[in-house]
Design a binder for this molecule. Structure first.
Ligand code: G4P
Length: 190
């Protein structure tokens, strides 16, 4: 998606060999106009799949996911990383190991919000090692729902997440695909 690539070139900062900082439009400050366009793009890519629900993980997946859900006219559910007072005890959970933070998060979805047979679209901000998407896949399976695909805002093709999802036969659509970081610059995949 040209618009997103341009925004990454303009505002992204490369940290070390493998991290892109995009906190002025996606990971901290959020650009709602851009998120609406990303959401619309996801909706167009998956509309034919008759999605019932959009699922993401807090926090940075929420903005693109809610706009995709708005466009598809379905609810958006975000997996929580922390138990909250309002969360019931009847949950689906999965462990997600973060390579970036070197810690394991439990992601949690209340059973009331994911039903057997529902056609679910996963959305996330980054696809790096694929752990977050894998955790969401486990939850969809536990709910006997049907995973239709995964929409990713920024995929880093040089990390192992994409291969993992391809092996699992998941339909993945990424709006920007980064092949490498070279001399502090982003190199996009074709
Ligand atoms: P994975 O989900 O693909 O397995 O990725 P990984 O464990 O490597 O990443 C852990 C966290 O770091 C995730 O966010 C992921 O979205 C984010 N991340 C991965 N690569 C990059 C990157 O190049 N740049 C940025 N900015 N983030 C990256 P999280 O911990 O769930 O954070 P948040 O959603 O609460 O913001």
């Amino acid at each position: 998606m040209k618009l997103l690539e341009e925004r990454i070139q303009q505002d992204g900062r490369v940290l070390g060999d493998d991290v892109l900082k995009v906190d002025n439009f996606l990971n901290h400050q959020v650009d709602p106009q851009l998120m609406a366009q990303l959401g619309h793009e996801f909706a167009e890519l998956f509309r034919a799949e008759k999605i019932d629900k959009v699922l993401t993980v807090e926090s940075s997946g929420i903005a693109p996911a809610v706009f995709a859900a708005l466009d598809l006219d379905v609810p958006m559910v975000f997996a929580r990383k922390k138990k909250s007072l309002t969360l019931s005890a009847d949950n689906y959970t999965a462990d997600v190991f973060s390579f970036t933070k070197q810690e394991t998060n439990h992601i949690i979805v209340d059973k009331r919000f994911l039903n057997a047979g529902e056609r679910v679209l996963l959305i996330d901000d980054f696809l790096a090692n694929g752990q977050a998407v894998q955790g969401m896949m486990e939850i969809v399976e536990a709910a006997d729902a049907e995973l239709v695909g995964a929409g990713i805002v920024i995929e880093k093709t040089f990390q192992k997440g994409r291969a993992l999802l391809d092996e699992a036969g998941i339909h993945v659509e990424s709006l920007a695909r980064i092949a490498a970081f070279e001399d502090g610059q982003v190199v996009f995949a074709d």
